[in-house]
Design a protein around this ligand. Structure first.
Ligand code: MOS
Length: 685
C-alpha cells in the first residue's frame, strides 16, 4: 500500500461539492458575526456608538470592549480580543456585529461610530533603523546568532567575495477557503467547526484564552481548503466567534473573514533584508559564509522568522556567521507562511551562490557539489541522509543542463532573452511528539482508525489510510479512518511538514500494538492505542530534506515581461507514501515559489499602516497562465533514522529555492541581476 498512487479518497466528495468545509456545516437557525476593525494604526478608542447598528432590524448583538467577556488569559496579545481600548495595528479587531443574516451584520457594522485618540504610529520597515533588536530565539526556538571561525578576516583574505543585500517582500497566505468558524454554545459546551490546521491545538489555544477546560470545547475540521501556516495557530477572529456565540447561547454563530480582512488578521510572511557575504578561493571553494538578516515583527507579539537557518546547514566553510535582528512596528502580527525561514532564507544565499559561480567562471551545479559538506557544517553531526548532490545531478540530466550556454545574455529568440538557472532546496525533518491513534476492529470487519489529524488539502485522508492498511496488512477499503475532530485522540498541528512523520508513526505504533495483542483474527470491539514514538536520533544526526530546482525563464527584450516556461524539481525527502499526492505537494509548492518569484508582494502604506492591495485583484498570485510546465521528481532515499516510516515531510520543501532558481535563470537570460523580489518587468528595463 505504501508507495502506491492511490487517488484521493476525499476527491469525489470535493469535486462533487459534498465535502463540508467549516462555514458549510449545517446548523439550525444560525446567526452571523461580522468583525469591526480599527481604522487607525495606534492609539486608543475613546468612544464607540453602536446605537445606529443596534437599531437595524435583524441585529442581535453588538460586541465591543465595553461589553465583551473578560478573557482568562491575555498572554497571547493577538488573542486578547476586546480586552482594552488600545489599538496596536490598523485592522485590529475592535468588535463584532451579530445579526440574523450576514448581509445585515455587515451593513450594521458600517453604522458603528468609533472615535479614537490616535498616537503617531511607525510602520516604516528599513534595515538601518536605530531601534532594531535581537530576539532571544528565532522560530520556533533556534539560536538567534551563530558564529564560527573569523568571518571578517576570511573575507578580507578571500580572492573572490560576493557581498550583496537581497530582499523579500511582505507576502500573505491566500488559501482558497478563507478563515471561517461556526461556533455554538450549548449546555456549557462550545462546539466549533473551524478552518484550522490543528483541531487539538486550536482547542488548546481557545481553552487558555477563555479559561475553559479543554474538554468543554470541541473543534471539528474534516476538510480544510488550504492553510499554508495561516491556519496553524488560532487568530483573533476565533476568539471573536466564541464571544459572539457566548452572547447567544444555544444559537450557532457563523463568522467568515473576508479576503480583505485576512490581510490584517491571519499572519503573513515578514519582509526580510538579507546581507549575504560569501568568501571563496578562485576554484569556488567557500572559505566564509555570512548572513545578516533584518526583518519585521509587530509591537504586540514577536514573530522572528528563522531566515538565516538554512545558511547554517547548506555548504561547508570554516568561517561562518548568521544573525537575525527585528524591527517591532505598529503592524499586524507576522506568522508562518509555507516554509517560514527556509523559503525566504534560501533566496539570498542561493542567488549569491549563482553570483559566486559567475565570479569564479564555474557552473553553478558544480559549485554547489564542490561545497557539499561531509557533516552538518555547524553542529558537526552527520546527516541521517543527505542527497542534495543526487538531486542536482538527476535534475541537471533531466533538465538538459549540459547544453546550457555558459555566458549570460547569449540566447535570444523572437525578441525574448532566454536563460536557465538552478538553486538548491532544503527543509528540516520535524517529528512532533504528542499524537495518539486508536485502532478498533468493527463488526463490519473493517478497522476503525482514529486520530485528530487534519487534511488541509495535502492528502492526509489518503496517506494515513494507506499507512494503516500497510501496517495492518489489509486492503485500503478495510480501513475506516476518522480525523479532524477533538473527540478523536490528540494529534499535533499540520505544520512544519510534520503531519505524516508524526501522525503516521502513531498509526503504525497503534497497528503494531493491535496485531501484537489480537493477531490477525480479532473480534469486534478489540482495540489498541499507539503514540508517536520518541526519537533520540535527532541528538546524533542532522535531519533534513534536500532538493534541486531548475528553471527556464524568458524575458521580453522590449517590455521586460517575464515568463517561466519550465520548472523542474528533484527532491530527496525520504520515503514517499503516495506518489500521486506527493507530486501534488511538490507542484503546489513550486507553483507558490513561482508566484513568489513573479508576483507576490503586499504593499504596506506606511502613512496608514495597512496593506493596500488586500484582495486577489491586486495581490497577484500565479494563475494557470503562469504555469507552462512543471515537473517534480524524487530520488529513492531510505532514511532509517527519521521515524519508523522513513518519511521526511514534503509539504514545504517544494517552495524552497524556486524563486532563487527563477531569479538566477532571469540573470542568465538577460545579464541583469535582480536581488529583490518579486521579479517584475520594470526590473529588467
Ligand atoms: Mo507550515 S508554514 O509549517 O503550516
Amino acid at each position: 500500500m505504501i508507495g502506491s498512487p492511490l487517488p484521493r479518497l476525499d476527491g469525489t466528495a470535493k469535486v462533487t461539492g459534498t465535502a463540508r468545509y467549516a462555514f458549510e456545516h449545517r446548523v439550525a437557525d444560525p446567526a452571523y458575526a461580522y468583525p469591526l476593525q480599527a481604522t487607525v494604526a495606534r492609539g486608543h478608542i475613546t468612544a464607540i456608538n453602536t446605537s445606529a447598528a443596534q437599531a437595524v432590524d435583524g441585529v442581535l448583538a453588538v460586541i465591543t470592549h465595553e461589553n465583551a467577556p473578560h478573557l482568562a488569559s491575555t498572554e497571547d496579545a493577538e488573542l486578547a480580543v476586546l480586552q482594552s481600548t488600545e489599538i496596536a495595528f490598523r485592522g485590529q479587531v475592535i468588535g463584532a456585529v451579530v445579526a440574523d443574516t450576514s448581509e445585515t451584520a455587515r451593513h450594521a457594522a458600517g453604522l458603528v461610530e468609533v472615535s479614537y485618540d490616535p498616537s503617531p504610529h511607525d510602520a516604516v520597515f528599513t534595515p538601518d533603523r536605530d531601534d532594531l533588536y535581537t530576539p532571544d530565539t528565532v522560530n520556533p526556538s533556534f539560536p538567534t546568532d551563530t558564529s564560527q571561525g573569523d568571518v571578517e578576516s576570511a573575507l578580507k583574505q578571500s580572492p573572490v567575495v560576493v557581498d550583496h543585500v537581497y530582499t523579500t517582500p511582505m507576502t500573505h497566505n491566500n488559501p482558497l477557503e478563507p478563515h471561517t468558524t461556526v461556533a455554538c454554545w450549548h449546555d456549557d459546551q462550545l462546539t466549533l467547526y473551524d478552518s484550522t490546521q490543528g483541531v487539538h491545538s486550536t482547542r488548546q489555544s481557545l481553552a487558555k484564552a477563555l479559561g475553559l477546560a479543554p474538554e468543554r470545547i470541541r473543534v471539528i475540521a474534516p476538510h480544510v481548503g488550504g492553510g499554508f501556516g495561516s491556519k496553524g495557530q488560532a487568530h483573533a477572529h476565533l476568539v471573536l466567534a466564541a464571544m459572539a456565540a457566548q452572547a447567544m447561547p444555544g444559537r450557532a454563530v457563523k463568522l467568515a473573514l473576508t479576503r480583505q480582512q485576512m490581510f490584517s488578521l491571519v499572519g503573513y510572511r515578514t519582509p526580510t533584508v538579507q546581507h549575504v557575504r560569501l568568501g571563496a578561493g578562485p576554484d569556488g571553494r567557500l572559505t566564509a559564509i555570512s548572513m545578516d538578516v533584518v526583518e519585521q515583527t509587530s509591537r504586540i507579539k514577536e514573530f522572528a522568522e528563522q531566515t538565516a537557518i538554512p545558511a547554517r546547514h547548506m555548504y561547508a566553510a570554516p568561517n561562518r556567521r548568521t544573525t537575525h535582528r527585528l524591527a517591532a512596528l505598529d503592524v499586524p502580527v507576522p506568522s508562518w507562511m509555507r516554509a517560514p525561514g527556509e523559503c525566504p532564507g534560501m533566496f539570498g544565499p542561493e542567488v549569491a551562490m549563482d553570483e559566486l559561480a559567475n565570479a569564479c567562471g564555474m557552473d553553478p551545479v558544480d559549485l554547489r557539489v564542490l561545497n557539499e559538506p561531509d557533516v552538518d557544517p555547524e553542529s558537526g553531526k552527520p546527516f541521517s541522509s543527505r542527497n542534495l548532490v543526487a538531486c542536482l545531478r538527476e535534475g541537471a540530466a533531466r533538465f538538459g543542463w549540459a547544453d546550457r550556454e555558459h555566458a549570460p545574455r547569449t540566447r535570444r529568440e523572437h525578441g525574448w532573452w532566454v536563460g536557465t538557472g538552478v538553486a538548491a532546496s532544503t527543509y528540516p525533518v520535524h517529528v512532533k511528539p504528542g499524537s495518539s491513534a486508536t485502532v478498533r476492529f468493527q463488526p463490519d470487519g473493517r478497522y476503525r482508525i482514529e486520530i485528530g489529524a487534519t487534511d488541509i488539502g495535502t492528502g492526509t485522508w489518503t496517506a494515513l489510510t494507506q499507512i494503516a492498511a500497510d501496517a495492518l496488512s489489509v486492503r485500503v477499503d478495510a480501513i475506516d479512518l476518522r480525523i479532524g475532530d477533538t473527540d478523536l485522540p490528540p494529534a499535533t498541528v499540520a505544520g512544519g511538514s510534520s503531519g505524516i512523520n508524526s501522525w503516521g508513526s502513531a498509526v503504525v505504533d497503534a497497528a503494531r500494538a493491535f496485531r501484537d495483542k489480537f493477531g490477525t483474527g480479532p473480534n469486534p470491539g478489540d482495540e489498541a492505542q499507539g503514540t508517536t514514538p520518541g526519537n533520540s536520533a535527532g541528538e546524533r544526526f542532522a535531519m533534513r530534506a534536500f532538493g534541486a530546482q531548475f528553471a527556464e525563464v524568458r524575458v521580453h527584450a522590449a517590455t521586460g515581461e517575464i515568463r517561466v516556461p519550465r520548472l523542474l524539481g528533484v527532491f530527496a525527502v525520504g520515503r514517499i507514501i503516495n506518489p500521486r499526492t506527493a507530486r501534488s505537494q511538490f507542484l503546489g509548492g513550486m507553483t507558490m515559489g513561482m508566484s513568489m518569484a513573479l508576483h507576490e508582494q503586499s504593499v504596506l502604506d506606511e502613512r496608514f499602516g495597512h496593506v493596500v492591495n488586500h484582495d486577489l485583484a491586486e495581490y497577484h498570485i500565479a494563475a494557470n497562465a503562469d504555469v507552462a510546465g512543471i515537473e517534480a521528481h524524487w530520488v529513492d532515499e531510505t532514511d532509517p533514522h527519521v521515524n519508523p516510516l522513513g518519511t521526511k515531510g514534503i509539504g514545504e520543501i517544494g517552495i524552497v529555492g524556486t524563486a532563487a532558481a527563477i531569479a538566477n535563470a532571469a540573470h542568465h537570460a538577460t545579464g541583469i541581476r535582480v536581488r529583490d523580489l518579486p521579479l517584475t518587468a520594470d526590473k529588467f528595463l
